[in-house]
Ligand binder design. Structure first.
Ligand code: ADP
Ligand code: MG
Length: 263
């Protein structure tokens, strides 16, 4: 067989196996191997590395699309000095993702604007980067989706969906009251993940007032019980970061700038 038809056969095999990245890299890698007198193993390793990298990138992009994180925040974007109520060492420990191994939950509790969503999303990002299936939802979205599922006879499938991800982020529990079916949906999601898969949940409600957003205080108590059993809890009581930025801006714009405040 001539070198040319061998080369064509090789291209054909790569195309058949859908090794597109390898096929594309083949000519330049062959040249490189000849020029540098690479042995077959060195050549193949170098060539397949291209495919491995491409596969990893595809997988990462898939996880990223699936997760639906609402922002690109990372842990390093979080200004810990501005929020002393947040234990930086604890956040860094969580970012190692060891908490996923024993299905520990993370609860971020505090008023609006203190960085709860930011921290939850940053943990989600770390989890995606480590290759874990991650999913972000707000409590309201979860309730709406479960409501549709109930109407369309897909409740069980939808519950399996929420059981799937290695990390499930449930943002904004407590902004809207959850009654009846919505409370039942959240309760079931929490129950089926209990001791099996981590939930990172953010809420503006102190643990003591969970009863107020659920029409059934027993359900609220049972949910909290499961969430807290194995958990890391952040009580963030500081100032709103948004308001702080807003105040700083207003301060700068005021005649006399920052001095105005001291007078
Ligand atoms: P919450 O979910 O608690 O209401 P967010 O996480 O949405 O608050 O934060 C509100 C805004 O303030 C976002 O734009 C976020 O990036 C920013 N922010 C909050 N806390 C911090 C912080 N410590 N460092 C940097 N940005 C912050
Ligand atoms: Mg938020």
């Amino acid at each position: 067989m001539s070198a040319d038809s061998l080369y064509q056969q090789l291209r054909g095999q790569l195309a058949y196996l859908r090794l597109t990245a390898t096929a594309e890299a083949l000519p330049s890698h062959l040249d490189h191997a000849v020029k540098n007198k690479l042995g077959p193993s060195a050549f193949l390793t170098r060539l397949l590395e291209v495919e491995v990298t491409a596969t990893e990138a595809r997988r990462h992009a898939g996880l990223e699309r699936f997760a639906r994180l609402p922002a690109p925040w990372r842990i390093d974007d979080f200004d810990f000095d501005a929020q002393p109520a947040v234990d930086q060492a604890m956040v860094r420990e969580l970012a190692t993702l060891r908490f996923l191994d024993d299905a520990t939950n993370v609860l971020l509790i505090g008023p609006p604007g203190v960085g709860k969503t930011m921290l939850a999303v940053a943990l989600g990002r770390a989890s995606i980067d480590a290759g874990y299936r991650t999913y972000y939802t707000t409590a309201a979205e979860l309730a709406a989706r479960c409501h549709r599922a109930a109407l369309e006879g897909r409740w069980a499938t939808t519950m399996r969906f929420y059981a799937g991800p290695r990390l499930l982020i449930i943002d904004e529990v407590g902004y809207l009251p959850l009654a009846g079916e919505a409370a039942a949906a959240l309760f079931q999601v929490i129950t089926q993940r209990y001791l099996k898969g981590s939930i990172c949940l953010t809420t503006n409600l102190g643990v003591g007032s969970w009863g107020t957003i659920f029409d059934d205080p027993m359900v609220a108590a049972a949910m909290l019980d499961r969430l807290l059993h194995r958990s890391v809890v952040f009580n963030i009581d500081g100032d709103s970061y948004r308001m702080r930025a807003h105040r700083a801006r207003a301060e700068r714009l005021r005649p006399g700038g920052g001095d105005a405040k001291r007078r």
